[in-house]
Design a protein around this ligand. Structure first.
Ligand SMILES: NC(=O)c1ccc[n+]([C@@H]2O[C@H](COP(=O)([O-])OP(=O)(O)OC[C@H]3O[C@@H](n4cnc5c(N)ncnc54)[C@H](OP(=O)(O)O)[C@@H]3O)[C@@H](O)[C@H]2O)c1
Length: 191
């Protein structure tokens, strides 16, 4: 249980913890799926509520939620992950609207593929996306931080990701799901 009553006030909450999970849904261990949902969704919302209540009471605070452009497309061979990010992308805008005029801002950071331990940890290194060139993590973090400090609603980092998300907005979900297969199917790195 998180007790903030005795602690220092939190000026900025960067809700960033999360992980992916490669391979087909039916081939994954359910305990891994459960862990992903617990971390990406349940843990994030728990933290947001605890810290958010304190921020609202004080009438000040900045929240940055790490969603993803993955939330714009069905994640074939990363299905639970992309769905968890769709949840967070959506949740972030709703919470922002609820906290309008409260002194607390909510910003959603939506990166594309970024150079971190994410792909190794999600067992995606044998996929096209796992082997692709990725954005620099420090650049992405800086863009997220700056957007949070400005109080923006969201930031999609990098022009390629902006283009990808604009295309995703006007493309049928079935087509996006097939496009995702090509980059996340196990073994796709060598095709
Ligand atoms: N890399 C990308 O391409 C990409 C793109 C879009 C969005 N994102 C999102 O960016 C966020 C950070 O990921 P990353 O790319 O930096 O990957 P990463 O290098 O694997 O870092 C993941 C971070 O989340 C923490 N974490 C994972 N599971 C946790 C748990 N159950 N409890 C507490 N902390 C936990 C890790 O802590 P420990 O190191 O202590 O385990 C680590 O600090 C995630 O939400 C991810 O979904 C990543």
């Amino acid at each position: 249980m998180l007790d903030l009553s005795q602690d220092r006030p939190v000026d900025a909450l960067l809700a960033n913890a999360g992980h992916g999970l490669g391979k087909g849904f039916l081939d994954q261990d359910f305990s891994d799926v459960h862990h992903l949902i617990d971390t990406n969704i349940t843990g994030t919302l728990y933290l947001l509520q605890k810290v958010g209540r304190d921020m609202r009471r004080r009438g000040a605070g900045r929240i940055l939620i790490t969603g993803s452009i993955a939330g714009f497309m069905p994640g074939t061979f990363q299905a639970a992950y992309n769905a968890s990010k769709a949840f967070l992308d959506s949740f972030s805008f709703a919470l922002r609207a609820e906290l309008k005029d409260s002194g607390v801002t909510v910003t959603c950071l939506m990166p594309g593929a970024t150079e971190t331990d994410f792909f190794e940890r999600a067992d995606l290194m044998d996929t096209k996306i796992g082997q692709s060139k990725k954005d620099d993590a420090a650049d992405v973090a800086r863009q997220g931080y700056d957007a949070m400090m400005r109080g923006d609603g969201d930031v999609v980092t990098g022009w390629m990701n902006k283009l990808q998300s604009a295309i995703a907005n006007v493309t049928p979900a079935s087509v996006l799901a097939e496009m995702h297969r090509r980059k996340a199917e196990p073994g796709s790195a060598s095709h």
